[in-house]
Ligand binder design. Sequence first.
Ligand code: COA
Length: 376
Amino acid sequence: MEEERGQIHEGLEGIVVTATRLSHVDGERGRLIIAGSDVEHLAQRCDFEQACALLSSASGRDTNPEQTRELLRAGRARAFARLPQLGDALRRDNAMDALRAAVAHLPEDATPEDAIAAVSVYTAAYARTRAGLTPIAPRPELRHAEALLAMLGLQVGAAPARALDAYLVTVIDHGLNASTFAARVVASTRSDLVSALVAGIGALKGPLHGGAPGPVLEMLDAIGESSRARAYLEAELAAGRRIMGMGHRIYRQRDPRAFVLERAVTELAGALHDGSGAADARVLAKLALARAVEHSAEGLLEQQKPGRHLRANVEFYTAVLLSALGVDAQLFTPVFACARSAGWAAHVHEQHANGRLIRPASRYIGAMPAADSCEK
Ligand code: COA
């Protein structure tokens, strides 16, 4: 086939390559619809299992929330039982490298729920192994978000579980983002779910996609207090660096997920009691700092890129929320994968059911062979 000679769409921006029932990103209005619900409503109404079931049904699978809950519970137990077979997979320096290697060990015929559960179990097992501790077995009586907190060795309770559920539901799916596209490309060749998830994890690792919240937290820690925000951000921009957690390929408004997560942190802060009041004060101080930094960054970016509307994206408040839950910054991207694996799995199912091989074209700009190059 002769390759495309027409216009080049670098980054495929604005190119529609498939139809989906899973989620819709309206960048102009700052709206995200997931399986028929606005993300704000979904995060308020559903826990992770319910959101998984909704996505799964929307992808065309015959399922319901109770089945999904049971399948994820069984999947967590199976994944934990498989840990001894992973060898050195979890002993990597980089958490996403470890997760990619561990997920690659899943059997080729793993069900979506087995695969989604395994991402959480492997993330927690990595965290424990890395800290020189023994992995904690999933407790069967807990819901998925609670079980993940418990396996990470973090405080389990109604408020942290609600906050983690809000996070997992909010980031479960997001149109044809880079990792979902990577997963769909793999699925479009009729390859298997596990191969598609490995591709998704590889794409999510990058700092322009799921790798941003760690640097956001580093930035907030480096700024330390609101009065230093402007000078710090000006220096970053003057050095030609991007402000992490700001800007988005599609949103021309503040990312709707930033609103949901900001509210979830506020609620978490109000509910965290360690007796001394120090825990909620610490979270509230970080939240106040984040808001001040966001405000400053928004103003400076508007000066630098007028009319581009570079606003806070989901990663900005992810950093604040996950750190308030006690999640180590190294684990921010794997915890993102714990949620997004459900989106990937649903997209893989949809792609397998209806999709066409994804095979774009490129324009060759390399050297052409000399007329006599093959002559002896
Ligand atoms: N800080 C500084 N400048 C930024 C910026 C940021 N966060 N985001 C975009 N810009 C600049 C770009 O460098 C570009 O400048 P140029 O025209 O001189 O090349 C301009 O604004 C337009 O960029 P845009 O087309 O909006 O970016 P994109 O669609 O290629 O990239 C992101 C989108 C998300 C990758 C980008 O905004 C970014 O790198 N943000 C920081 C990383 C991040 O938070 N990622 C998580 C995404 S959910």
